[in-house]
Ligand binder design. Structure first.
Ligand code: NAP
Length: 276
């Protein structure tokens, strides 16, 4: 059965190559923005939402770095657009969201995924290390959510998913990151309260260890091989394996779906140890 297309979209017969019956119900033709989508969890999430039937804006610092994600989506028959913006910069965020709305139609899904690490023990952490991490994760998610919400309110529909972390509960060497990720949980719950009356949900996922460039960089900082670091982390996880990008993308796909309309203000842990 084909679905009714959403505003600004084409797809009575599915999105180029993607049969309508393969789409997640309610997702076909919806417009999603995934930040930090050039690589890692963001890239996997962009590919997954496109496979669900959405037209996906692949946003990262440099539009040129989004090419591989965009090509993977279009090669699979989906729709994707590379967008360059620093999520911590107000003007760049506004311009990026306006571009997406013009090219694809009003965004209905936002995944605030862009992130950086500036790990250090408290006594060695600089003010810049603090500001950079808070700016990208927390201010970036605030700016993106504020910019996109007007399009969501106009549609009386929206799904916001924020990337928190198990580190929100505290982690050695991550005072800045832990504070940002805990802050994102508060932001998520407030967005859920304020935007709920407009058909918009806001949720967070809080992954444990996921194999990406970010965790590879942490291994290097600690003087470990990535293999040893992964093995040590896996021993702490009930599933006895570390997480993969697709594990997180699957959880986000659910929270971004129309069927998850009565799930809001929640924090979903993915693959964490019982202590977390
Ligand atoms: P990643 O591989 O380092 O990718 C992060 C992406 O964000 C990069 O493409 C990066 O671009 C982009 N980015 C950085 N600053 C940006 C900015 N100001 N504006 C726009 N884009 C920006 O990280 P990941 O491991 O996939 O993590 C993705 C998210 O999940 C992060 O929020 C992270 O905190 C969270 N998370 C990860 C794990 C894990 O174990 N990996 C666990 C829990 C939570 P550049 O390449 O140009 O820097």
């Amino acid at each position: 059965m084909s679905e009714t297309p959403h505003p600004g979209q084409e797809p009575q017969d599915g999105i180029r190559g993607l049969p309508a019956e393969d789409a997640v119900p309610g997702s076909l033709g919806r417009v999603a923005i995934v930040t930090g989508a050039a690589r890692g969890i963001g890239a996997g999430t962009a590919r997954r939402l496109a496979a669900d039937g959405m037209a996906v804006a692949v946003l990262d610092l440099d539009a040129g770095s989004c090419g591989a994600t965009v090509e993977a989506i279009t090669a699979a028959g989906g729709r994707a657009l590379a967008v360059g913006a620093d999520v911590s910069q107000d003007g760049q965020v506004e311009a990026a969201v306006a571009t997406v709305a013009e090219e694809f139609g009003p965004p209905a899904v936002l995944v605030n995924n862009a992130g950086v690490l500036r790990d250090n023990l408290l006594f060695k952490m600089s003010g810049d290390d603090w500001d950079t991490v808070l700016s990208v994760h927390l201010r970036g998610s605030f700016l993106m959510s504020r910019s996109v919400q007007k399009h969501m309110v106009g549609q009386r529909y929206g799904r916001i998913v924020n990337l928190s972390s198990s580190s929100a509960l505290g982690n050695r060497g991550q005072a800045n990151y832990s504070a940002a990720k805990a802050g994102l949980q508060g932001l998520t719950k407030t967005l859920a309260i304020e935007l709920g009356p407009f058909g918009i949900t806001a949720n967070a996922v809080a992954p444990g260890f996921i194999a990406t460039d970010m965790t590879a960089a942490t291994a290097a900082r600690l003087g470990l091989t990535f293999e040893d670091f992964q093995a040590a982390a896996a021993a702490q996880v009930p599933a006895r394996r570390i997480g993969q990008v697709d594990d997180v993308a699957h959880a986000i796909s659910f929270l971004a779906s129309e069927g998850a309309g009565y799930v809001s203000g929640q924090v979903s842990a993915t693959g964490n140890s019982p202590a977390r």
